[in-house]
Write a protein that binds this ligand. Sequence first.
Ligand SMILES: Cc1cc2nc3c(=O)[nH]c(=O)nc-3n(C[C@H](O)[C@H](O)[C@H](O)COP(=O)(O)O)c2cc1C
Length: 159
Amino acid sequence: MEPQYLRTVLAQWATGVVVVTTLAEDGGRHGMTASSFTSVALEPPLVSVCVASAGATCRMIRRSGVFAVNVLGSDHEEVGRRFAGPGLDDRFTAGRWDTATTGAAVLADAVAWVDCAVAACYPAGDHTIVLGMVQDAATPRPAAPLIYHDRTYYEGIAR
Ligand SMILES: Cc1cc2nc3c(=O)[nH]c(=O)nc-3n(C[C@H](O)[C@H](O)[C@H](O)COP(=O)(O)O)c2cc1C
């Protein structure tokens, strides 16, 4: 299967958009945009995200053992773009960020966030499935979610 062809096929799957945050080696914060977030179990409370194994985020999650998942609202398109872009230093200039229990950054006006300790990391091809045990969770703002489909951002349905 040619990877770019498969990517185009899988882009037809509409998802929400999250920013996964974690702790950098220097004690600072790091994050990246992701669409591979999944709720896994309620007892115990487990979630997962698939991250590129060669990327900075994967390395930092493995090293720190913590991460948070921030569910973006329909007005967070710029945040989604910034955390997927090439620049690593200016990502947190988009959005207002607080610090959760684990030390990971959480978006003050996220639709929802979950703060996690790494429960397991499963290598899967060129990605790593990161399983997180939820330590804390919140729904700061009852807003419409940001949707991603066919490489385009859309506003979800307002509540
Ligand atoms: C909407 C969207 C969803 C994405 N989902 C993922 C994902 O689930 N996993 C992943 O590894 N990268 C995903 N990416 C790509 C990363 O955000 C991008 O490669 C980022 O620069 C990686 O940051 P890092 O190199 O600091 O780890 C996504 C990008 C976009 C725009």
